[in-house]
Design a protein. Structure first.
Length: 311
């Protein structure tokens, strides 16, 4: 673990459903408890996890959580932009499938695709196209769903930032770097480092386990979490699930890089503590799948994206 660890606020609060007024209050409480406020006119990218139209009701961030975040930002007179970049297909189509487009309609907000790639030089060499839309935001709110994951074991607010890489470049990175130990994890952290300051909010009300990131089963954890440091929030959630740093490759790499938020001792729980929540029965994959995407999988995704644009 790290020495001289700072105390980073992490707000966990019980929330058992997606009732709109109660959820709005919970979002406001966790943001306020972390000392987070937003200035008039501040450009805030609200980045949900819009991974796929398949199993969208569970694989994507719940639309009511995204809506509650946007309502809070609008009340602060900030300027929210809701956007993501699925590996295949458009953010708008995934948003329609999971109900997000409808949830935002009366707020006057639409879901955009994170496009306009600009090269990001990577620690291990080479570059990747990061969305200029994301880079031009003043801050980012990474609004993720807590999910088991076949390659990363568990994902939350930090991995969600990888969605700011434009389109199929994410899948190409898996093809190019997936066989090299630690490269995908370092790529995710390179992306996080390049972005404007990112706040984490995690939908752990109903999570996904026994699969993931797309096909899994619902697990009711009854939690909403927030932190100004995505790594601190995620480390707290990993620990709540009973995992160790060696269980989660991204957590391991963040500790190797001595990123302060990754240290389990960094979290200062400003509302409920992890012991408040019961994660008994949450199942993760014992043996992780290879990081590398096979070319056939990539080609199928590209054909699907092309068909989406023609509809």
């Amino acid at each position: 673990m790290l020495t001289d660890v700072p105390h980073i606020p992490v707000a966990l609060l019980r929330q058992t459903g997606y009732d709109r007024p109660a959820l709005r209050d919970t979002v406001e409480r966790v943001l306020t408890a972390c000392g987070l406020d937003f200035a008039r006119g501040e450009r805030v990218l609200v980045k949900p996890n819009l991974v796929s139209r398949n199993n969208a009701a569970l694989s994507c961030t719940h639309p009511e959580v995204v809506r509650a975040v946007c309502e809070h930002l609008l009340d602060c007179a900030a300027r929210p932009m809701v956007a993501d970049s699925p590996a295949f297909g458009s953010a708008g189509r995934v948003a329609a499938a999971c109900g997000l487009a409808e949830a935002l309609r009366d707020l006057g907000l639409r879901v955009a695709t994170l496009d306009r790639p600009t090269p990001l030089k990577l620690t291990d060499g080479g570059s990747i196209g990061l969305s200029r839309r994301a880079l031009e935001a003043d801050r980012i709110l990474s609004v993720a769903r807590l999910k088991a994951h076949c390659q990363f074991r568990v994902t939350a607010s930090t991995k969600n930032l990888f969605g700011t890489v434009c389109g199929c470049r994410k899948a190409l990175a898996h093809m190019r770097l997936g066989e090299l130990s630690g490269r995908m994890e370092r790529l995710v952290l390179d992306v996080r480092r390049a972005l404007p300051p990112a706040i984490g909010i995690v939908d752990g009300i109903v999570t996904m386990h026994r699969g993931g990131p797309v096909h899994g089963e619902a697990f009711a954890l009854g939690l909403l979490g927030c932190s100004p440091d995505t790594l601190a929030l995620d480390a707290a959630l990993y620990g709540l699930l009973g995992l160790k740093p060696s269980d989660v490759p991204l957590w391991t790499e963040a500790l190797i890089q001595k990123l302060p938020g990754a240290d389990p001792l960094a979290a200062r729980f400003v509302l409920a503590g992890p012991e408040t929540f019961d994660a008994t029965g949450f199942e993760v994959q014992a043996h992780l799948s290879p990081m590398r995407f096979e070319p056939l999988r990539f080609m199928r995704g590209r054909v699907k994206s092309l068909l989406d644009t023609l509809r």
